[in-house]
Design a protein around this ligand. Structure first.
Ligand code: SAM
Length: 196
């Protein structure tokens, strides 16, 4: 059997366990550690395609919670009565429009990934733009004491940006789940208990 170089343990496990992507194991580990998602929560999933984070969210929040997902691509294999998909570009979407469309959220999560060039500094800068817009949306939509989790590629602007926004959360951490591929510069920003 031929396997491509990304067909690792997590990818195979995701297929066996019927998750839409291996990324689910990153969120699962973050959630286990920081206890972000609870029954009845309302979640916003930025960069939700193909849908494993939302799929995990749907299971965790149960029928009384709901999830809104945004992406440039329709997650065609994901459907649930409490999942709403918005086809849009996070970088250009009008945050005021989102506030009118979506009620306040308990958790805003972003697994947004830029088109990568292979040049570390360029990719980190692209990722930082997505992170800044994801945080702007989180600040507009999070309930008091809500949580924020956001993928970011490490680069020179990350630590200064963390200092800039640290006052918005009771705690702001960086966390690297085990499912991140070894050579990746990816890390997750975790903001606990948003201060409105
Ligand atoms: C790593 S994938 C997300 C995987 C997802 N968390 C899951 O578990 O299935 C990153 C996603 O970010 C989306 N994305 C990148 N830039 C975007 C943008 N500007 N607006 C909306 N979505 C974007 C991509 O289309 C892609 O689907």
């Amino acid at each position: 059997m031929t396997r491509n170089r990304w067909d690792d343990h997590y990818a195979r496990r995701a297929r066996d366990e019927k998750w839409l992507a291996r990324s689910v194991y990153k969120l699962q580990e973050i959630d286990k550690k920081f206890k972000l998602i609870r029954k009845g929560d309302r979640l916003l999933d930025l960069g939700c395609y193909p849908g494993s984070w939302s799929q995990y969210g749907i299971k965790k929040v149960g029928p009384k919670g709901n999830i809104v997902g945004i992406d440039l691509i329709l997650p065609e294999h994901l459907s649930s009565f409490n999942f709403r998909f918005i086809l849009n570009d996070v970088l250009t979407v009008d945050t005021d429009w989102l506030i009118r469309e979506i009620d306040p959220r308990d958790v805003v999560m972003s697994d947004l990934a830029p088109q990568t060039s292979g040049i570390r500094l360029t990719d980190a800068a692209r990722s930082m733009s997505l992170t800044k817009k994801a945080s702007e949306i989180a600040f507009a939509l999070l309930k008091n004491k809500g949580h924020f989790v956001c993928k970011v590629l490490e680069g020179p602007d990350l630590k200064p940006y963390m200092s800039e926004i640290s006052g918005r959360f009771r705690q702001l951490r960086l966390f690297r789940p085990k499912a991140i591929r070894k050579r990746s510069t990816e890390v997750y920003l975790v903001g606990l208990e948003f201060v409105e």
